[in-house]
Design a protein around this ligand. Sequence first.
Ligand SMILES: Cc1cc2nc3c(=O)[nH]c(=O)nc-3n(C[C@H](O)[C@H](O)[C@H](O)COP(=O)(O)O)c2cc1C
Length: 355
Amino acid sequence: MIELGTKIPKPYPVSLAPMMDWTDRHFRYLFRMISKHTFLYTEMIHTGAILRGDRKRFLSYNPEELPLAIQLGGDNPSSLAECSKISEDYGYSEVNLNVGCPSDRVREGNFGACLMETPEKVAELAAAMDAAVSIPITVKCRIGIPGKESFEDLYRFVETVKSAGVKRFIIHARIAILGGLSPAQNRQIPPLRYADVEEIKQNFPDLIVEINGGIRTYAEIEERLKKNDGVMIGRAAYETPFLFSELDSLFFQDDTLSLSRREILIRMQDYIDRFLRNDTNSKPHFVLKHLLGLFHAEKGARSYRRILTEKMFSDYSRDLLIEATREIPDSALDFIPSQKKNRNSAELESTVFPS
Ligand SMILES: Cc1cc2nc3c(=O)[nH]c(=O)nc-3n(C[C@H](O)[C@H](O)[C@H](O)COP(=O)(O)O)c2cc1C
């Protein structure tokens, strides 16, 4: 008999999707300078990595990243329960179970999207996790998999998993094709079916339902929020992060943050200095690669990307960011989105990036 959980996850209108190799702690630190309030997720971490691997490396994060959910992958109730407890002790805000990854390797391990085949199994996993912690357990899934792709299948999945106490579902509005399509194709080829997710919200008004997939602009976020509790943004936030610097003022009623890109780069340089000093295995490109999209569509962006790409791996020096931004006009470096104006260079807190 499954016990009903009692923990209510906080509602967040916008979250940043878990993305393997992309949303690591360095990118999340960067994104926090763009939005203080967007709910962040780690990349998926398999229970085996936590229980048998370098736990500190997998679980450490910067306190600035909170509120932050950890996403776990696995199919063993006691391992997932143990990892949930460890994650709670590390201070994570929520534990999320991956029921959406379509990769062959993940399918061979019997976790990720293939778990949508067996909602009772997901309920068992979620119940074990829920019993181990006092933070919320949530689920990120697809709208279906082949053979279980009707709305009725999705309804049954949500109804069954809800009975284990799960109150936040993040639903990627595409089915996952298991075998035959790569993970990248699985984020592009199956058509988006937003209506299915919206209908889940209508049928389960007490659940927090977040919609994910193909959402790239403020207008699209606004549109989707009419019928869902939250929107999860993935690729767009990684590829063009600065386009999202009005998230706090538009969706969280807070325009106190608002940093220009020059200020962000100053802080990232300090961050890189600290990272290189404190972690002997660190390399500058672990952080710098996440800065490549910062000047998307601005004059000088191509030269910025080229210089960073050419030099971050083997020719790094502390002048690299200054060199890379040489062709970026001050108007782009100092622009503050929420105020639609440029920061006076005298207001800058450091001289690392002289204007
Ligand atoms: C590089 C990459 C890695 C991803 N890794 C994960 C992951 O670890 N866990 C997960 O649930 N989804 C993962 N996803 C899927 C995203 O979380 C998201 O569901 C998908 O990209 C659709 O959202 P979007 O259209 O806004 O990008 C990944 C996506 C990308 C592009």
